[in-house]
Write a protein that binds this ligand. Structure first.
Ligand code: CP
Length: 308
């Protein structure tokens, strides 16, 4: 098992199995008091916005009996000009045993933390990777009885900017799942498609093949080059609407890492139809809930028992 959780490229299936089995244990025993992080201080600092990842990591630390050192960059001494290297070494001086972070520049936190021995756990780095998101997605599908080696995942959306997609490029093949990427050409250059995966620019052609339809958020904050002519146009061609719902397999699962841009990735009407039709399998909330157990398992693996 690597020292840090930064990229799923560094992990074997056995490593991921170990983490997912711990997650299943924590979920099964939810409500019990765990103490594997007792006496440990876990620094959490997100230099990009987050709700699900940050809060579920905080909850995970608390459920394992640890303490959170919460660094909010907007009200930290960085605002007074302290550089990032000093910020991270201050966290170490305060007794942090691990750093969970999100940052827009891939590799930056790893580079400046080179001389600090504590494990680094990514909560998402720019357009690079979001390892715990891919793990919780796999956990959620397997919990539903999905046999990944017989599963075709259709991933639709802003592939170009997606760290979630890039983590799945490593995770899904480890489990033998098929992957087809769908997006407008500007958000899906063919060189981005990993070996063994397919791609299409025509959503309606591939939707009927999907056992899992994984919608990705259109990252409006990363569209500075004006790649998309308009979000309305994107929604018209690549959004999941009522008409396209009819093309899905009856038992297809629908996933999204959140936050969902309702009206862009999925129309309001389609979402309402899915929610009121129980045989459809919308997993958005279960993904969020399972994030806590998977992050408990990650902390238990990477931090509990480690001596700095
Ligand atoms: N899925 C995800 O990373 O959501 P947040 O940005 O809310 O953490």
């Amino acid at each position: 098992m690597p020292k840090d959780m930064l990229s799923l490229k560094d992990f074997t299936r056995e490593d991921l199995e170990d983490i997912l089995q711990r997650a299943a244990y924590f979920k099964k025993n939810d409500g019990k008091i765990f103490s594997s992080l007792q006496g440990k201080n876990i620094a959490i600092s997100f230099w990009e916005p987050s709700t699900r990842t940050r809060l579920s990591f905080e909850l995970a630390v608390q459920k394992l009996g640890g303490r959170v050192i919460n660094l909010n960059p907007r009200i930290s001494s960085e605002e007074k000009g302290e550089n990032m290297e000093d910020t991270v070494s201050t966290l170490a001086s305060l007794g942090a045993h691990a750093l969970i972070f999100r940052h827009s520049i891939p590799g930056y936190i790893q580079k400046i933390s080179r001389n600090i021995g504590m494990p680094l756990i990514s909560g998402g780095e720019g357009c690079y990777q979001h390892p715990t998101q891919a793990l919780l997605d796999i956990f959620t599908l397997r919990e539903k009885g999905v046999k990944l080696e017989q599963t075709m995942v259709i991933m639709v959306g802003d592939i170009l900017h997606s760290r979630v997609a890039r983590s799945h490029f490593f995770a899904l093949p480890l489990y033998g799942a098929g992957l087809t990427l769908v997006a407008p050409p500007v958000l899906l250059p063919p060189e981005l498609v990993p070996p063994g995966s397919g791609y299409s620019y025509h959503l309606e052609e591939v939707l009927p093949q999907g056992d899992v339809i994984y919608l990705l958020r259109v990252q409006k904050e990363r569209q500075s080059k004006g790649l998309l002519s308009s979000l309305d146009e994107y929604a018209a061609v690549y959004g999941l609407n009522e008409k396209r719902l009819a093309l899905l397999k009856k038992d297809a699962f629908l996933m999204h890492p959140g936050p969902v841009n309702v009206g862009i990735e999925i129309s309001f009407k389609a979402l309402k139809m899915l929610e009121s039709f129980p045989t459809r399998k919308v997993l958005f909330q279960e993904q969020v809930q399972n994030g806590v157990y998977v992050r408990m398992a990650v902390l238990d693996t990477f931090v509990a028992g480690r001596v700095i």
